[in-house]
Design a protein around this ligand. Structure first.
Ligand code: SAH
Ligand code: F3S
Length: 477
């Protein structure tokens, strides 16, 4: 299996894999950058194209079709994609019939402009248009460029059964919502992924059942904002208030969906991502407390510890409200780990506001975090209305201070497991040593321990003897 560079600090960066469906003779090479949702979307695309005669390959050189699922979240992510296109260009010189398509957020953001800017690209397809791929490919095969970047109010790909790419056969993603209605001023996602839509609970539970039947042990429910999940028969969340009384009375929210899944599949571990603080209800926290099989881990992006900055970011909560939520989590779910996303150097951020972010980290004592310097994204409300006025050196210095402090609390948090026994789901061999297993505990900390006669997919109890700020080391008991 090839190994490509990870571009988004938070995620895998690529999905190379092979699928073999009898009778399929065309070869698809698909690469995925950015968030877990992109990875899951690539699985949906592989599924749609498997019905068009494509098997996936991990050899770029032999591909008939190359698809790159792109990320626009920061400028650097887009630059990395441009570099990949250069690489495809070199390969196309050897394999001139190869077609190249761009999927995902960059496709949506740049639309047909992509075709002008990057001559190698034959196909531009936005996140809601993957069902149109067979038609678009037919256009391309007749020598025309093809573009579909229409965003939908309905599309959830609910009935597409994703082909599990690059899977360890143990953990899988299941998308439950698409899009985002929040309009944080720095964020390109509402523009690239459209309005928020929730998927029907029945199709979510069916997909989970298929995974469980195929021996998957851990499912992560995915959405830009999972806590905002609401099924009342379809449509946008904002239209809920106009829905019929029956639809309103029988609606399913995120806490109920979690409860349904955890009850129906008691031996399966559940995780979810991402939780927007303003939408996380006490019901969700109580549901987590009720079920042993819902992992005690919440990714709770805060972006800044300053209420004034949060306001400029159009986040719908204050520092105090966020702290109240964290206090509730700690009270109802003692020991639950919490992680953050933080942006440093957002428009107008003063030294005092930066200090407030540091003091919030000290208060919450996050288990880990994903920290970024603000990167202005064209077309966002911040880019239109607020100057990107914090100098790069200042952004970087603040970012460093935040990373240093987080590092301290990450170690503080892993140390709390020393001398304790944790339940680990084995995901595979440790990257550093073939003689060790690697897995995670409920709190999402990586645990490494010497191999015995266990196998991938087993749950084992590990006594923690040592730790770094990111990993627990121990032995099976
Ligand atoms: N709700 C989404 C957020 C996606 S973006 C989710 O599912 O995680 C992930 C993180 O990238 C955000 O929480 C934010 O911290 C960061 N981010 C988004 N836009 C950014 C920008 N313009 N510059 C720097 N970081 C950004
Ligand atoms: Fe982006 Fe804010 Fe939605 S960070 S994905 S607009 S919750």
């Amino acid at each position: 299996m090839g190994s490509e560079k990870v571009i988004d600090e938070k995620n895998q960066g690529q999905a190379l894999l092979t699928t073999k469906i009898e009778g399929n003779n065309k070869k698809l090479y698909i690469e995925s950058y950015g968030c877990s949702m992109n990875l899951n979307d690539s699985e949906i695309v592989a599924s749609i194209l498997s019905e068009q005669g494509y098997n996936t390959t991990h050899l770029l050189e032999e591909a008939d079709l190359v698809l790159v699922n792109t990320c626009s979240i920061r400028e650097k992510a887009e630059q990395t994609i441009r570099k990949r296109l250069e690489k495809y260009n070199a390969v196309k010189k050897i394999n001139p019939t190869m077609k190249v398509g761009v999927l995902g957020c960059m496709a949506e953001r740049l639309k047909a402009k992509f075709l002008e800017e990057e001559k190698i690209v034959d196909l531009v397809v936005g996140p809601d248009a993957y069902r149109d791929l067979p038609n678009l490919l037919a256009e391309v095969s007749e020598g025309r460029d093809a573009v579909n970047v229409i965003l939908s109010k309905e599309e959830t790909y609910g009935d597409v059964s994703p082909v599990r790419l690059n899977s360890n056969g143990v953990s899988a993603f299941v998308s439950i919502t698409r899009g985002c209605d929040n309009m944080c001023t720095f964020c390109v996602v509402p523009f690239t992924r459209g309005r928020e839509r929730s998927r029907e609970p029945k199709s979510i539970l069916e997909e989970i059942k298929q995974l469980v039947d195929n021996n998957y042990k851990e499912i992560t429910l995915l959405g830009q904002n999972v806590d905002s999940y609401l099924w009342y028969g379809g449509g946008l969340k904002k239209d809920f208030k106009n829905a019929s009384e029956i639809a309103q009375a029988t609606a399913v929210d995120f806490a109920q969906l979690l409860d349904l899944a955890a009850t129906e599949f008691p031996k399966t571990r559940f995780r979810f991502s991402t939780s927007n603080p303003q939408d996380m209800s006490l019901d969700v926290i109580y549901t987590m407390a009720k079920h042993e099989n819902i992992c005690k881990y919440i990714h709770l992006p805060v972006q800044s510890g300053s209420t004034a900055v949060l306001k400029r970011m159009n986040r719908q909560h204050t520092r105090e409200e966020y702290i109240e939520l964290v206090d509730n989590i700690k009270r109802i779910l003692p020991g639950c780990s919490i992680s953050q996303d933080i942006i440093t150097g957002f428009c107008g951020e003063t030294e005092e506001e930066h200090q407030e972010t540091l003091s919030l980290i000290e208060y919450v004592k996050y288990d880990f975090g994903f920290m970024f310097a603000y990167s202005e994204r064209p077309g966002t409300p911040a880019a239109k209305k607020m100057p990107d006025d914090v100098p790069l050196e200042v952004k970087k210095r603040r970012l460093n201070e935040i990373i240093q402090l987080q590092q301290k609390y990450s170690l503080y948090n892993t140390e709390r497991f020393l001398g304790k026994t944790v339940e680990v789901l084995i995901e595979g061999s440790s990257k550093k040593s073939d003689k060790h297993w690697k897995g995670r505990n409920s709190e999402n900390v990586t645990v490494v321990f010497p191999k015995g006669d266990e196998k991938v997919g087993d749950f084992v109890n590990v006594f923690v003897e040592n730790c770094t700020s990111a990993t627990l080391l121990g032995k099976k008991i």
